[in-house]
Write a protein that binds this ligand. Structure first.
Ligand code: C2E
Ligand code: MG
Ligand code: MG
Ligand code: MG
Length: 288
């Protein structure tokens, strides 16, 4: 099923607009959301959907793990409706740990499957979670407990997360990088930063934000921004993932300008695990 539909359903079915961050959320509604969120982990209500990331040959190179909340009354809730509140309430710390553990368990399981063992899995990390003093140890513990290989795990950090404490970010990233963990800058281009910091970080990839991809071929300024990001990434030897690729025209523009990895509804929406694995098997080349 389709996320936009879930969101619309959640909105329609709820006169309080309980989960809708674009509206004034009353303190009451927020308190209820926090109370429900506290029950979500012990109640086993979280799950991961996986969105395929394709290479230029159309093969699935990896996936982004995207958190979903199976709310007992409200159905499947997308992260835009609860991550911000989870961050404010510190609940993001145990939730983030669950996401990491689950992702590592998945990677470990894929190791035993010829069609899946080469996949990389990207996990979103929120600022609160990353700033925890034990964050590095937590990631290493997740890897160790599961038996997942570190170089199959990518952590997505936003520019603003990195820049709020550059020294701490660099230190933590280096500790994990030396163990094999990869890093991507998520939503790249939406920050207000100078680009100088990029060369100081042990990065593997940049993810071009969907907002720039959306109008490719229609907006001269977005075309220029994307070409500039791709050129810069090439000079810095960083791989680029384009987020939110929805049309063939966008995909063609990205290919012509050297983008290597594509993620978006043109190929697949975020999928439940079984559907994701079936998608990978379907797409596997004759060699796989
Ligand atoms: P993000 O990391 O930038 O993830 C990409 C979002 O774009 C996902 O939304 C995905 O479903 C959506 N998307 C992908 N392709 C397309 C497309 O072609 N068109 C459109 N319109 N959208 C597309 P989703 O799953 O609702 O997640 C929203 C945000 O929630 C994520 O943005 C990320 O910042 C956050 N998030 C998701 N999972 C986690 C998590 O486990 N931990 C944390 N801290 N944040 C998470
Ligand atoms: Mg992301
Ligand atoms: Mg993003
Ligand atoms: Mg985003």
């Amino acid at each position: 099923a389709d996320i936009a539909m879930y969101e619309a359903k959640a909105r329609r079915g709820n006169s309080l607009c309980f989960f809708d961050p674009s509206m004034q959320v009353s303190l009451n509604a927020r308190a209820r959301l926090v109370a429900d969120l506290k029950r979500a982990l012990p109640g086993n209500q979280f799950l991961l959907h996986l969105q395929p990331q394709l290479d230029q040959q159309g093969r699935v190179a990896g996936a982004e793990a995207l958190l979903r909340w199976q709310h007992p009354e409200r159905g499947l809730v997308p992260p835009g409706q609860f991550i911000a509140v989870a961050e404010d309430s510190e609940l993001i710390v145990p939730i983030g740990r669950w996401v990491l553990d689950s992702a590592c368990q998945l990677l470990a399981r894929w190791q035993h499957d010829a069609a899946l063992r080469e996949l990389c899995l990207s996990v979103n990390v929120s600022a609160r979670q990353f700033r925890q003093p034990g964050f590095v140890e937590q990631v290493l513990a997740s890897l160790q407990a599961s038996g997942a290989r570190a170089h199959r795990l990518e952590l997505e950090l936003t520019e603003s997360l990195v820049l709020e404490d550059v020294q701490d970010s660099i230190a933590k990233m280096h500790q994990l990088r030396t163990r094999g963990v990869r890093f991507a800058v998520d939503d790249f281009g939406t920050g207000y930063s100078s680009l100088a910091y990029l060369t100081r970080l042990p990065l593997h990839r940049l993810k071009i934000d969907r907002s720039f991809v959306q109008h490719l071929g229609e907006s001269h300024s977005d075309d220029v921004v994307v070409q500039t990001i791709l050129g810069m990434a090439r000079n810095l030897a960083l791989e680029v993932v384009a987020e939110g690729v929805e049309t063939q025209q966008q995909c063609d523009f990205l290919t012509v300008h050297g983008c290597e990895v594509y993620q978006g509804y043109l190929f697949a929406r975020p999928l439940p695990l079984a559907q994701f694995e079936a998608f990978v098997r379907e797409r596997a080349g004759p060699a796989a």
